[in-house]
Design a protein around this ligand. Structure first.
Ligand SMILES: Nc1ncnc2c1ncn2[C@@H]1O[C@H](COP(=O)(O)OP(=O)(O)OP(=O)(O)O)[C@@H](O)[C@H]1O
Ligand SMILES: [Mg+2]
Length: 403
């Protein structure tokens, strides 16, 4: 529970709601924003999904029988779970309905096909049902307009990362000597189900870049669950199982040859691509690898694709770069060590940080970003980044739903 300061005016909170590709649970963040869009996090809530719900979600990531019935029933079921989580959160924070301006809901992605002949992305957790059940206005379907404008609809967080992490505000001295460059090149790496990177250049004249680097935790979760059907955990806690194996060089090379790793941005991906069938195709290309060595190699693959991406955007070898890590992957010690190890090998001067150093817990960052997208909708801010997604122009993302 948080202490709301007496000066805290009521009715100025946004709730950000995130249900990520790992299908682990619902993250909620209670946030206020100042006039410069700077967020202040006042409270958080996490509701893990039951195994049954997680299975219903992951079963929709790939084509299978009777998808329409299953997807649209789950659309409503998730909205009901979101609504229950919101109500529990309001009780926890001792807030009333009218303290909340709006909910910014990402929903749950079940299919993301930016490369299809008719590209689409599908997030469920019906916004209308959520608004009606909670009696709070909902802003959601943030990816649609960017896609309508020819963009990938992902990643959407770089615009928010820029507000929090960018160090490119030109100082008076740098303007005077014409260098504009000030601060450092900053990278924000979110290791969720899929990993995504935002590059915030120190040079204010350079554009922000953001894209999915490839696998994050989800494929390791899938492989872990396949080999530990009786475990109470849905994931390899701390990376202990990966630590019991060795990175297999031949497999790592095979994984790195995948065409997504070679694609130039803008690019985005999902679990419809990086899944167990993809992994089985890769494993068929190499000699037999033990299951724990596969896990160690998947972890190294995630770390290496992240660091390879960072490397591509590093200009001046001597300049210090800052790398902020967030997302569930930061709790995987083996993965974090591998990222650090690869950075050491490839980057001369870097600082590896957690987003907590900027007062935002890495587990809440995405939920706070969706609260910001709702705030940006209300303020009519341009919240998309066409340079990141490839859309033809920038726009205010989202649609609103009234109770
Ligand atoms: N203690 C831990 N040890 C190892 N892995 C962990 C631990 N805690 C969380 N994780 C990993 O983090 C994952 C959840 O991360 P997160 O919530 O950031 O992903 P997400 O919901 O898919 O988000 P995104 O939408 O950004 O992909 C879990 O599925 C698990 O793999
Ligand atoms: Mg999550």
């Amino acid at each position: 529970m948080i202490n709301h300061s007496p000066s805290q005016k009521s009715k100025e909170y946004y709730i950000g709601l995130m249900s990520g590709t790992s299908a682990d649970g619902i993250d909620l963040a209670l946030v206020t924003f100042d006039n410069n869009s700077k967020p202040q996090l006042h409270g958080r809530f996490y509701h893990p999904y039951s195994t049954a719900v997680a299975h219903k979600i992951t079963a929709l990531y790939n084509p299978n029988h009777n998808e329409i019935d299953r997807a649209f029933e789950l659309d409503i079921e998730l909205a009901q779970l979101f609504s229950q989580a919101i109500k529990a959160f309001l009780t926890q924070e001792k807030l009333a309905l009218n303290d909340i301006i709006a909910i910014g809901s990402h929903g749950q992605t079940i299919r993301h096909r930016p490369q299809a002949k008719h590209p689409f992305t599908l997030q469920i957790g019906c916004c209308q049902t959520l608004a009606t059940l909670t009696n709070i206005r909902v802003i959601g379907q943030f990816r649609r307009k960017d896609m309508a404008l020819g963009g990938q609809g992902a990643p959407l967080v770089p615009a928010f990362h820029q507000i929090i992490f960018s160090e490119n505000t030109p100082s008076e001295s740098s303007i005077a000597d014409g260098s504009i460059k000030n601060g450092h090149d900053v990278f924000v790496v979110n290791i969720g189900g899929i990993a995504n990177l935002t590059f915030l250049p120190a040079d204010a004249n350079e554009t922000v870049i953001g894209y999915d680097t490839g696998t994050g935790n989800a494929l390791m979760d899938d492989w872990f669950q396949l080999h530990h059907p009786k475990s109470n955990n849905n994931y390899d806690k701390n990376g202990d199982w990966a630590a019991s194996g060795k990175v297999n060089t031949a497999l790592l090379k095979q994984l790195l040859s995948d065409h997504y790793c070679q694609l130039a941005p803008p690019k985005s991906t999902g679990r419809e691509y990086f899944n167990l069938s993809w992994l089985e195709t890769q494993l068929a290309q190499v000699k037999l690898v033990t299951s724990q060595d596969v896990q160690a190699t998947l972890s190294a693959f995630t770390a290496l694709t992240i660091v390879n991406a960072i490397k591509q955007h590093c200009g001046d070898e001597k300049a210090l770069i800052k790398v902020y890590l967030c997302g569930g992957g930061v709790h995987n010690q083996v993965l974090k060590n591998q990222v650090n190890h690869q950075l050491k090998l490839h980057i001369k001067n870097y600082e590896l940080l957690l987003t907590n150093q900027k007062d935002i817990d890495g587990d809440q960052l995405e939920a706070v970003a969706f609260a910001w997208l709702a705030f940006a909708y209300d303020k009519k801010l341009l919240s998309s980044m066409p340079a990141v997604t490839g859309a033809s122009k920038s726009c205010t993302l989202g649609n609103e739903y009234y109770p």
